[in-house]
Design a protein around this ligand. Sequence first.
Ligand code: KIV
Length: 297
Amino acid sequence: MGLHQLPVPYLGAFDDILRLAPATRPTAMPEKPQIADFMALKGQRKIVCLTAYSAPMAHALDPHCDMLLVGDSVAMVIYGMDTTQNADLDMMIRHGEAVMRRRKSSLVVIDLPAGSYESSPAQALASANEIMAKTGADAVKLEGGTDLAPHVKCLVDSGIPVLGHIGLLPQHAVAGAAFRITGRSEGEANQLHKDANAIVEAGVFGIVMEGVIEPVAASIAQSCAVPTIGIGASAVCDGQILVTEDVLGLYDAFTPKFVRKFANLQDDISAAAAGYRAAVIDGSFPTNDHLFWPKKT
Ligand code: KIV
């Protein structure tokens, strides 16, 4: 059975929108978006996703994105930790709340951090319930394929939308080691197909595919019933995601091959700080305009 023929239990509720011919589906995300609005973009236009960890970043990105991911990459990018494995539930909730305060029309998805969901579907449900209740986010994301399908099903059956994540799984990476691209051997390619099949069947509304070689990523994307979001995995995917600080040139610990920097804000920040330093030292800042004076009587 091909991926496209798989039963997709979670899609039951969205049958109406998915039955519409792609050309008649909406192409913009409305305010207070639903999972169905996101799914309806599949086949219409490419889906635009970025990470966000803070309120001002959510405000700046929201008009340009269909989905904001509060990724566990926050541990590395914001806290300077070695791996995403250092993120915990409290961290994800704090940053999730901040992003939710300023989003308007992007779907907000929050990562279940390592250690909060893998041991059983019941553990995954408790953690996902806590995130959803405390943040009001739209969905959670978890990493894994066939092994995690029962966890996905448990969440979806309980009404929690789940975004899957297959391929390179940062929560399983060894600190300091290079991230390993998957799908090179026939065995790995078959496993990736099985992973996608299993979590689609369990009910994910979309799949992040990370670090998967062509043409394996392309063939999964082409046959997948739900939107596929690539990161280092095929332009054929229905959409793309990157870490925002990579896109902005704000994270310099390392830059994966799949990143394109659309700005160099590290340089801009450095230049601004140097200008400030010079102005403080030479006394040109503050001027009288920046100071408070007694009211004239
Ligand atoms: O945590 C994260 O930022 C992610 C994306 C890179 C997909 O999982």
